[in-house]
Structure formats: structure tokens, C-alpha cells
Design a protein around this ligand. Structure first.
Ligand code: MN
Length: 376
């Protein structure tokens, strides 16, 4: 047996109980919140959100990346997905200590078009997440932010910060009808987040649908599945550029951005491309920045990966200190239940300093309140 290797995760999820809305909201509102209904044969699910619906093919055991034991009917292959006490047993077995925990069902809430419903739903989701987080100082649950109304967004950031939340969960595209993240309209939100020391957490694949009910599937036919998955990762790259180019990170030097599940290798590329543009097209650049674009990326932006071998040299050879590992527990793209194997394959052959930084240190930059890993 090889020695246990520990890591913090910058990308994990909880799975909300099916009755989360009915137990926390009046039923006239709860009925419009996201819910998933699986087909009897387990092949497909239908997502219902406020009068809209989408069909999704379910991942199947036996395909690459879907662990043995995964239950396609419940999507819950990990016992601790929605049980905060059982979850600690899973984490201890896997060698995962602290975790950034995003929602699962709550991801679909960004398709809601009614500001009142989104505000009430976000509160309900966050209250549940805060109760979950209160079970362990290892849990760092991400708050949902009602982005349809800037005053609601600021108020929910301030309310949840006061209740112990350290990161807010953002879609990688603005909700339909809202201005792009580089717009000045979002400025009060960035100010509130910096003031509250709350991290901006972008998670891949969370892109609100359009009102024509187009599904998240963009490509069909040959190559479709790989193309969709590949394009899924671009959102965090665009969001990071929006935060740098518009001067958000310049005006808010204490604001930190975490990009979850999109890999890390793209970071230095984005930094180089933005620097090139800043030099070559300086006359057209506004606002002017007080540093080169790359300097914001290297200091204020972080990114997580699960399996990517190329993420390691992004740190060791390209010098991006903010490369962070993440498990994506309990989702099927993640490393459960073979996290120890993944961590050994990734880190056994690299130096202790780089290994520590990617597994532990980068996470501690953002969440210094999480207690240290005993003995690591
Ligand atoms: Mn994830």
C-alpha cells in the first residue's frame, strides 16, 4: 500500500434533496424551482425550471470516466452527496480535506427569468447550504447569487457573508437579459464581494439557456459529445478575460477569482494573449490598467483541474502559482472513488513544494479559515 496523500478540493458539489424547495418555500414558488425527473429506464432526465424544460442524456456506468457503482437512477454514487456527516467519511477515505462545495440542482436556477423567484430560491438554497457548511469547518459552501437584480445580488452576498459564506457561485455567462460581466452595472456587486472577502467562483458548464428553450447541447452528430464537452470549458476563460480586461481586478485588488473544473493550462495562454493585445493595440484599450493583464491573472485568478496532466507543468514550468486540484465529488467527471490513485499518479513524481502548492497551498490562499490538514 502506498502512503495516503491528502489534498484540498477547489471543486466539489452537494446534491440537494429533492424536496428542498417544498420544505423551504411557499409551494406556488417551490413548484417553479428547478427539478429533475428521470425516465423509468434511467436513460434520460428532464429538467423543469419555471415553465421551461430540457432533456438530458444520463451518464452510463461502463463508459470512460463513470465509476463502477455509479447509480444512473439517482445520480448519487457517493453516499455523502447530500449528507454532511456521511460526506466526511467519504472525504477521509478519499484523502480530501477542505472542499469548495457548489450546488447541483441549483446550477439550473440561472435559467429563472423572474427576479422575485430567483431571490427567494437563492435564499432557500443558501440557507440549506449554510446549515450543511455548519457541520464541518472543512466545508466551504458557495452561495447562489440572484443576478437578475443588482440590489438583490448585493444584499444576498452581504447576508450570506454574515452567516459564514466565503465564496459565491457564478454562471459562466450572464443570465439572459443582463449586461455582460464587464459592464459597470455589476460594479456594486464586485465592491460588496471585495468588502466581504468573498471569492468569485465561476464553474464551467453553467450557462443560462436562451428563452427559446434551446438545450445545452449545441453540437449533434459526428463529434458532438466531445465538441460540447470541449466548448463547455471555454466559459471560465471568457469570464476571466472579462474580469481582467474591464479593470474589475484592477479596481478591486483584494478580489479573487476561482475557476472550477475548467483545467488550468489555459491560464498562461490567456495572460500572454491579453498582454500582446495590451501592447499592440494600446491606443484602443480602455479602461487603462495599472499593471499588465497577465499580472492580474498570476496574482488574483485561480483554476482547478481533476485529471489533467498538463496542469502540473502549468505550475512547475510556466510559473502560475494558482493552479489548484479539485475532485468534482460526487459528479461523474470527478475522481471519486479513486481519488488516491489519481493523486498518486499526478503528484508522486514532482517536487514536494509544487505538490504541496497545488494540492494544499493555493486553496489555503483563498480560504485561510479552513483548519490545516493534520500531518500534511
Ligand atoms: Mn464541478
Amino acid at each position: 500500500m502506498s502512503e495516503k496523500i491528502w489534498a484540498n478540493s477547489g471543486d466539489s458539489h452537494l446534491v440537494e434533496p429533492e424536496d428542498i424547495w417544498q420544505t423551504s418555500m411557499p409551494s406556488r414558488l417551490a413548484d417553479r424551482m428547478p427539478r429533475s425527473v428521470k425516465d423509468p429506464d434511467g436513460q434520460w432526465e428532464t429538467i423543469y425550471v419555471d415553465g421551461q424544460q430540457w432533456r438530458r442524456r444520463m451518464p452510463r456506468p461502463g463508459t470512460i470516466g463513470v465509476p463502477v457503482g455509479f447509480d444512473p437512477d439517482t445520480q448519487e454514487h457517493a453516499p455523502g452527496a447530500n449528507d454532511p456527516d456521511l460526506r466526511l467519511k467519504d472525504l477521509d477515505q478519499e484523502g480530501v480535506w477542505g472542499e469548495v462545495i457548489y450546488p447541483s440542482l441549483g446550477i439550473w436556477a440561472h435559467n429563472i427569468g423572474d427576479p422575485h423567484l430567483l431571490r427567494e430560491g437563492s435564499r432557500a438554497l443558501n440557507d440549506w447550504a449554510i446549515a450543511f457548511q455548519n457541520h464541518s469547518s472543512r466545508y466551504v459552501c458557495a452561495a447562489a447569487v440572484p443576478l437578475l437584480d443588482i440590489d438583490d445580488a448585493v444584499a444576498e452576498v452581504q447576508r450570506t457573508a454574515g452567516l459564514g459564506i466565503h465564496i459565491a457561485f457564478f454562471p459562466t455567462k450572464e443570465p439572459f437579459g443582463r449586461p455582460p460581466f464587464q459592464s459597470a452595472e455589476w460594479e456594486p456587486l464586485w465592491s460588496a464581494m471585495e468588502e466581504a472577502s468573498m471569492v468569485v467562483g465561476f464553474h464551467i458548464g453553467v450557462e443560462p439557456h436562451t428563452p427559446d428553450k434551446r438545450t445545452a447541447v449545441i453540437h449533434r452528430g459526428p463529434g458532438g459529445a466531445l465538441l460540447n464537452f470541449g466548448e463547455n470549458t471555454f466559459g471560465v476563460q471568457r469570464c476571466t478575460m472579462q474580469m481582467i480586461a474591464s479593470g474589475v481586478l484592477d479596481r478591486h485588488p483584494n478580489l479573487k477569482v476561482l475557476n472550477s473544473e475548467g483545467g488550468a493550462t489555459w491560464g498562461p495562454l490567456i495572460a500572454d494573449r491579453l498582454d500582446e493585445a495590451y501592447r499592440a493595440h494600446g491606443a484602443a484599450v480602455q479602461p487603462r490598467l495599472s499593471k499588465l493583464p497577465s499580472e492580474y491573472l498570476y496574482s488574483q485568478v485561480y483554476a482547478t483541474f481533476q485529471h489533467d496532466r498538463s496542469a502540473i507543468p502549468t505550475h512547475t514550468a510556466m510559473g502560475w502559482r494558482n493552479v489548484m486540484w479539485g475532485s468534482d465529488y460526487p459528479h461523474h467527471e470527478g475522481t471519486y472513488p479513486h481519488t488516491q490513485k489519481v493523486l498518486h499518479e499526478l503528484f508522486d513524481d514532482i517536487g514536494p513544494e509544487a505538490s504541496h502548492r497545488i494540492r494544499i497551498g493555493a486553496f489555503c490562499d483563498l480560504f485561510p479559515h479552513v483548519p490545516p490538514i493534520p500531518g500534511a
